[in-house]
Write a protein that binds this ligand. Structure first.
Ligand code: HEC
Ligand code: HEC
Length: 211
């Protein structure tokens, strides 16, 4: 009987541990929501579904990717930030590591509302590049890392489906200029160095149509 009692106690302990972990995760999302409403909503909207095309949609993004971006915007030890952006730099300057985790968890749980598609013929040209790459210039298919429907492969390859075309284009240009250099092993910088301006515009348009 003593053995059974101990087992029951152990199971109860494990169970209460699970319940505790779950409720504290919910508290963290709640904390993320508060910061999002106070500081970030002006540009990204309260639920991360920005309606202004130069501000990215954050809703539904993998939390590991979002947390990495928030860290990468920080300029540490007098060095230029790996993702050097003068709008986001002051936004992340005062965020603690747990604020970053909480914000990332909050946005990952929001339902994305994709932007609307604009130019259909441009999107069609972008589709070929996205799904098949451009062999002649050694541009790999975007689908190989970001998946055919743009959902990405978390946490390293972000989802990009339904993102505003203007924002996506700005990131391809930032990788080309080198103001964004937070892609491990130069992956994106290598790819964009082989792309024409027209290809960047077309593929950005196509990505905005992905669901
Ligand atoms: C004044 C407008 C503004 C505010 C306020 C703002 N952002 Fe941003 N955010 C931007 C812009 C512009 C970019 C694109 C930066 C770039 O080009 O690298 C961005 C990019 C991001 C990204 C990168 C998304 C991706 O797909 O890689 C994240 C994450 C983000 N913001 C989170 C936040 C959070 C969290 C807050 C609040 C603490 C916040 N932002 C406040 C304008 C804003
Ligand atoms: C070999 C894998 C790989 C391929 C192929 C690839 N990407 Fe990426 N891409 C990445 C990685 C990794 C990141 C994230 C870098 C980081 O951590 O910030 C990224 C980030 C991006 C972002 C930034 C997303 C955001 O929310 O800011 C865009 C846009 C993008 N890729 C577009 C493309 C396009 C368009 C193509 C095809 C021409 C492509 N990628 C092909 C690996 C890849």
């Amino acid at each position: 009987m003593k053995f059974i009692g101990t087992t029951v106690a152990a199971i109860a302990l494990i169970f209460s541990g699970l319940v505790f972990a779950e409720s504290s995760a919910a508290d963290d999302v709640e904390k993320g929501k508060e910061i999002a409403a106070g500081i970030c909503a002006g540009c990204h909207n309260a639920d991360g579904n920005s309606t202004i095309p130069i501000y990215p949609i954050l809703a539904g993004q993998d939390s590991g990717y979002t947390a990495k971006q928030l860290r990468d915007f920080k300029a540490a030890g007098g060095e230029v930030a790996a993702r050097d952006n003068m709008i986001m730099a002051p936004m992340v300057a005062t965020l603690s590591e747990s604020d970053i985790e909480n914000l990332a968890a909050y946005y990952s749980q929001q339902q994305p509302k994709p932007g609307t598609a604009g130019n259909a013929s441009l999107a069609e040209a972008g589709k070929r590049l996205y799904q098949g790459g451009n062999l002649e210039n050694s541009i790999p298919a975007c689908s190989s890392c970001h998946s055919p429907n743009g959902q990405g492969i978390p946490p390293h390859y972000p989802r990009i489906d339904g993102q505003h075309a203007a924002y996506t284009l700005s990131q391809l240009q930032a990788f080309r200029l080198g103001t964004r250099k937070n892609d491990t092993n130069n992956t994106m910088r290598m790819i964009v160095s082989r792309m024409s301006e027209q290809e960047m515009e077309a593929v950005s348009e196509y990505i905005s149509t992905l669901r």
